[in-house]
Design a protein around this ligand. Structure first.
Ligand code: MSP
Length: 685
């Protein structure tokens, strides 16, 4: 593996699932990263595929009265079709039912068995059909499986176990010694937290009497392989007979891209499997957050999964790709709403980029008959724009290679907006009226067109089709080289004009003079919603502290909530100094209806309890990142768009030990619990 080789993987999607925007996101992210790396001269190999064994597949096939193999042959195509439609340029689509994968899994199992890494034992435990695994008593949450919250049953049977536990210390050391191994860093801390408990051995078999649809164990044909043990090996099986162009092997992977829900299987099961097989570990595991429908978790069963296809059909594949890459800050959850989609597309793509490009194109066509004019010398303003363009080319590369894609797009739009501002100042449509100003006109148009070309090129991995069309409008056909200032040479003939990003209308607006219609209700899970589910509680950070001009007890705080900065007025004067609050992370009740406190707007409330000293104690958020959305126990999050304080007060929230508890449910994110310094029983509000 050399520095310029890049092997990237997506998870293998369960073949039974209907792809939703969560799946579409991971794959888009992989494609965008792959295209950027290609642009920067890397030899890239991108692998995706489907996870085709296991109980759910067996059951689904039985229900349709077809053989499991026929079932998966039919269903994996849904993913392939979607990836083609979304312009995903993968290099290989792996299926866990293909022969060379199956034989690799069997070889690996035999190796581990021969090395004494696998043993058999009669095992008793709580089995979850939906998660297809056993849980220890202590792992259950209210008697249900801790991941999906589904029923579990007590089972006793002989099984085979991988000696995962013996790798605990080595794994901890590897994570501690390699800070970028799990990204973002707070996810590494979650795994280190998980590894504070004893790591158990992993059950890697299922008796055929219970499950037939799997890879038989080579050393006991009465058993099939646990689906995760099988699926994870794809990352090696898929590339073991391939090489990068320079002849080096593809493994170890540069990045495994995954969602946060499958972090343990990747960073604990997979890495210890590799240790036992004496295969080098992947360089990075990157866990992104979840796309939420509004604020609620998406699930097929509750009808809240969002289908990406209608968005792409109506507004174009590239708009969809742009939105998901722009709106999810890697690591954090993000909310998919029609409002956010419309806002992004209209303000950034239609307005800033599309209009800007059209203006430049029109003026070049009209004033210079569609041929890029000669420019002898740049003025001060043009030099400034050029410097900005060059610095954004560099910044984008740094951000992209650091996987900060949303921020990279933000920077590229700094350039786009600078061009629009420059055009406003120079007003080339005025210059065009005076023949004596033709040099200035040429300088203005060529500089703006150049900056637009740079921006389009920088955006090309995210929107390959639209940017190719945009570049063709400016006369550029080759999009494979790294962007640089100076691509538009004098004499180049520009292409036909076209409206690349029409404005979209997705959210119904009231007709003029009519009262606002009630908004269409989001699909929500049926049945009674627990009052705690309606609260949007999230980790936020105080970024500014001022005194309230009209109230001695209040601070006016500027609070970053992961999506932007909002103002919150809080009665914390007698409890905290401004220095103590500056940069502090807090728990924000984010969907509390905005109100005015002594004339100043306040959006949301910071949660705190009384301390033993009579002062307020803000909740502690540990290592959780700003914007992290918090849940109560196993409850789904279905936040109201605007909640009231009455919604909050319906379920008393109290300190219990250091935990924050309401109705027996602990406030947490994954394994990380929110803690309080208030004494037991104190009210948190
Ligand atoms: N088959 C396993 C992975 C095996 S990898 C060797 C699996 N499949 S999955 O189809 O359930 O999920 C695939 C990916 O989709 C996961 O990374 C998961 O995090 C992601 N998403 C599923 N729902 C999601 C959202 N709502 N938002 C973002 N991604 C989510 O797990």
């Amino acid at each position: 593996m050399t520095a310029k080789n890049f092997y990237l993987t997506t998870p293998l999607y369960y073949v039974n699932d209907i792809p939703h925007i969560g799946h579409a996101y991971t794959t888009t992210l992989a494609d965008v990263l792959s295209r950027y790396h290609k642009l920067y001269g890397y030899d890239v190999f991108l692998m995706t595929g489907t996870d085709e064994h296991g109980q759910k597949v067996q059951q689904a096939a039985a229900k349709r009265e077809v053989e499991p193999q026929a079932h998966v042959d039919e269903y994996n195509v849904r993913f392939k079709d979607l990836w083609n439609e979304m312009n995903i340029d993968y290099d290989f689509f792996i299926r866990t039912t293909q022969d060379d994968h199956k034989s690799y899994v069997r070889e690996s199992l035999q190796t581990l068995f021969d090395k004494g890494e696998i043993y058999s034992e009669v095992y008793a435990g709580w089995y979850s059909v939906s998660e297809e695994r056993f849980f220890g008593e202590e792992e259950l949450v209210e008697g249900k499986d801790p991941i999906g919250g589904k029923e579990v049953e007590w089972l006793e049977e002989k099984n085979y176990f991988f000696k995962m536990g013996q790798y605990q210390e080595r794994l901890i050391k590897h994570i501690e010694d390699n800070p970028g191994f799990i990204v973002p860093e707070f996810r590494a801390n979650e795994i280190l937290g998980f590894l504070k408990n004893d790591l158990r051995d992993l059950c890697i078999s299922r008796p055929k009497s219970r499950l037939e649809w799997g890879i038989p164990l080579p050393f006991d044909e009465d058993y099939v392989t646990y689906v995760w043990f099988d699926a994870l090996l794809n990352y090696v099986s898929g590339v073991r007979n391939r090489k990068f162009q320079d002849g080096s092997s593809m493994w170890p992977a540069s990045y495994h891209l995954i969602g946060k829900d499958i972090l343990t299987t990747h960073s604990v099961y997979w890495t210890t499997m590799l240790m036992a097989l004496e295969i080098p570990l992947p360089q990075h595991i990157l866990a992104h957050g979840w796309w939420l429908n509004g604020g609620a978790k998406m699930s097929k069963s509750s009808g809240t999964a969002i289908d990406p296809i209608p968005y792409m059909q109506k507004f174009g594949v590239d708009s969809f790709r742009y939105f998901v890459i722009r709106d999810m800050v890697l690591g954090n959850d993000a909310s998919f709403t029609d409002e956010a989609f419309e806002r992004r597309i209209n303000s950034e793509l239609a307005n800033d980029l599309g209009n800007g490009l059209n203006r430049v194109h029109k003026l070049l066509s009209r004033s210079f008959e569609g041929v890029i004019p000669q420019v002898d010398q740049l003025g001060e303003e043009e030099e400034e724009l050029k410097l900005l363009g060059e610095s954004i080319i560099r910044k984008t590369k740094d951000l992209v290679l650091g996987l900060k894609l949303s921020q990279a797009l933000e920077e590229i739009f700094v350039l786009v907006r600078a061009v629009n501002k420059y055009l406003e100042v120079k007003a080339p449509w005025q210059l065009a009226k005076d023949d004596n100003l033709r040099d200035d006109l040429a300088r203005t148009l060529v500089t703006s067109a150049e900056a637009m070309a740079v921006a389009l090129k920088l955006l090309s991995p995210v929107m390959p089709e639209k940017t190719a069309q945009g570049l063709a409008m400016l006369g550029l056909q080759d999009h494979t080289a790294e962007p640089e200032w100076g691509m538009l040479k004098a004499g180049l003939t520009i292409g036909e004009g076209q409206a690349l990003f029409p404005r979209i209308e997705l959210v119904e607006k009231p007709a003029k003079g009519q009262a606002q219609q009630p908004k269409k209700k989001k699909q929500q899970p049926q049945g009674d919603v627990h009052p705690l589910s309606k609260l949007d509680l999230r980790v936020a950070q105080i970024v500014g502290v001022n005194d309230h001009p009209e109230a001695d007890s209040l601070y006016v705080l500027q609070v970053e909530d992961g999506e932007g900065i909002r103002q919150v007025c809080a009665g914390l004067k007698s409890s905290y100094t401004p220095e103590e609050l500056q940069d502090r992370k807090v728990v924000l009740f984010a969907n509390l209806k905005p109100s005015k406190l002594r004339g100043l707007e306040s959006k949301g409330m910071l949660l705190a309890g009384d301390g033993a000293d009579g002062k307020a104690k803000l909740l502690n958020t540990g290592d959780l990142a700003t914007g992290t959305v918090l849940s109560w126990g196993d409850l789904d999050r279905i936040p109201k768009s605007k909640a009231s304080i009455k919604d909050y007060d319906k379920t008393p929230v109290k300190a219990e030990g250091s935990k924050v508890v309401a109705d027996g449910k602990v406030l947490h994110f994954g394994w990380a619990e929110i803690t309080t310094d208030s004494p037991d029983g104190a009210e948190i509000r």
